[in-house]
Design a protein around this ligand. Structure first.
Ligand code: G3I
Length: 471
């Protein structure tokens, strides 16, 4: 772990933040600290409103506390960075890069060659192949050059495949004006400017199977060709904008299908990243507590791919809070892990618990070899895999409360709130199974069957999470 990470972690844990399971005294683990122990990146976009200072302070606090990779919702796109021909605008992107640096985060660049959010002056060259080639090359050289060494990975090409049938998206200005070779060229130009950056092809609906009739199947054929031809492609970004299974009758995507894609890419030495995850419900439907718990399980299933597949390293969510989500435009709602009030949803808990309970394979070097950036290679990660005690992981600072189980009774001791202490019990998949509260800190667990569980305790400002065994 880089010093900046460790320092930032300490600063955050010393700060009182109302975010999820974290607080000042217990120095609880965050999604970020657990992701780093598992050698993966976890992130969320910085919403466009953040750039204009239009978001409440706790948005940013949560963001930097919980995530270690960041991408701009709109601010590094073509129309934002080159609004007029040859006149580049880097102010917002620079702001994010500075923020990432200050908080020890990795930066994704999104996106260089995309048909959408392209300014009109580009579209005007739709019929001029030579000019468009120059425009795209010049854009890449300037933008990638500007952030060379600071943007660790780029979506070089975004959404170039048609949505309706497995073929190129022929309506794209780049495809129409240049032909499919714009893709190969964009990768080569980007690599020439920043040979250390990881270069991705990014698209949606890739969780719908790898057969030749599906988008991912078509993409796989192209990746094979690119690799065979020496085109510098290192990763496929699966946007993974999906809808909750019960409200979308046409839902055909699944975590298993995305996992198949990861396995196919591994054969080509190409990574899979989840780059824009959201799991929405249809707008207008009532979303119950049970629905939100099921949604949490789907978040967890996609996380499992990133944890378990050696060539998968990134889990990035397209937003922080449901309040500032683009999903309304897609007739969907509530697709993120924090609610409108920036309170963590069951999906947050599922992710957190899964990150805590994940047992890395014995051969941990497998994951290490695929994580390119050394910032997440933390010497403590190795120690944590050897820890066989019931505590999931030792805390960085001593907690002001502690818990232990004797028989079927859970005791919480330490500086308890005089009002109430609450416990929540999750199974190892992060599903909530039991919760209760009282002021004494003694809890009867006799209704819970034998097995391993994760318990979260909240008492006043203190939080504690620990794995327990019920015998
Ligand atoms: O910049 C203008 C602003 O000047 C104007 O006042 C305002 C009025 O509505 O619109 C602003 O532009 C909006 C822009 O976001 C910035 O906020 C556009 O109308 C709006 O269409 C645009 O939406 C973005 C969308 O991409 C455009 O395709 C979403 O915020 C953004 O979340 C979304 O992100 C994409 C990824 O890049 C690629 N994958 C799919 C994903 C979701 O569509």
């Amino acid at each position: 772990m880089k010093k900046t990470h460790a320092l930032a972690g300490l600063v955050f844990s010393m700060t009182l933040l109302g975010a999820g399971l974290t607080n000042a005294f217990a120095a609880d683990e965050t999604l970020r600290s657990l992701a780093e122990k598992n050698n993966i990146y976890i992130g969320a976009i910085l919403n466009s409103q953040w750039f204009s200072g239009g978001l409440p302070g706790n948005y940013e606090q949560i963001h930097k506390q919980q995530f270690n990779i960041v991408v701009a919702e709109n601010e590094m796109k073509f129309d934002a960075t080159e609004p007029q021909e040859g006149r580049f605008s880097y102010g917002n992107g620079d702001k994010m890069v500075k923020y990432a640096k200050a908080n020890g985060m990795r930066v994704r660049g999104h996106a260089l060659a995309w048909h959408s959010q392209v300014p009109n002056w580009v579209n005007n060259y739709r019929n001029d192949k030579q000019k468009l080639l120059k425009v795209l090359k010049n854009h890449i050289e300037n933008v990638v050059g500007h952030w060379k060494g600071q943007v660790a990975e780029w979506d070089v090409v975004n959404e170039a495949i048609s949505n309706n049938e497995p073929q190129w998206r022929t309506g794209s200005v780049w495809y129409q004006g240049i032909g499919p070779e714009f893709i190969d060229s964009a990768f080569v130009w980007t690599h020439a400017v920043d040979p250390d950056a990881e270069l991705c092809y990014n698209d949606y609906n890739l969780e719908q199977g790898v057969n030749p009739k599906a988008k991912a199947g078509f993409l796989l054929q192209q990746v094979k060709r690119w690799v065979a031809n020496g085109i510098p492609i290192h990763c496929v970004g699966s946007q993974t904008h999906v809808e909750d299974t019960t409200t979308d009758k046409h839902f055909i995507g699944s975590p298993d299908s995305l996992r198949s894609l990861a396995k196919e890419l591994a054969k080509l030495n190409v990574k899979l990243k989840i780059t824009e995850l959201d799991i929405g419900f249809k707008s207008g439907v009532n979303v119950s507590k049970h629905d939100l718990e099921r949604q949490g399980q789907t978040f967890r299933q996609y996380l499992d791919i990133i944890l378990e597949e050696p060539n998968a390293d990134t889990y990035l969510i397209w937003g922080v809070s449901d309040k500032w989500s683009w999903l309304g435009g897609l007739n969907r709602q509530k697709g993120l892990i924090y609610d409108d009030n920036l309170k963590p949803k069951p999906a947050f808990d599922s992710i957190l618990v899964r990150l805590q309970t994940f047992e890395p394979p014995q051969d941990t070097s497998k994951k290490d070899t695929t994580v390119k950036d050394s910032t997440v290679k933390d010497s403590t990660a190795k120690d944590s895999t050897k820890d066989s005690s019931d505590a999931i992981r030792p805390f960085a600072m001593p907690s002001s409360i502690s818990m232990h189980v004797a028989g079927r009774t859970l005791f919480v001791t330490g500086a308890l709130s005089t009002k109430s202490t609450k416990i929540e019990v999750f199974d190892m998949q992060g599903r909530p199974i039991f919760s209760t509260e009282n002021s004494k800190g003694v809890f009867d667990l006799s209704s819970i069957s034998e097995g391993f569980y994760v318990v979260r305790v909240k008492s006043g400002m203190s939080n504690l999470i620990q794995r327990i065994a019920i015998k």
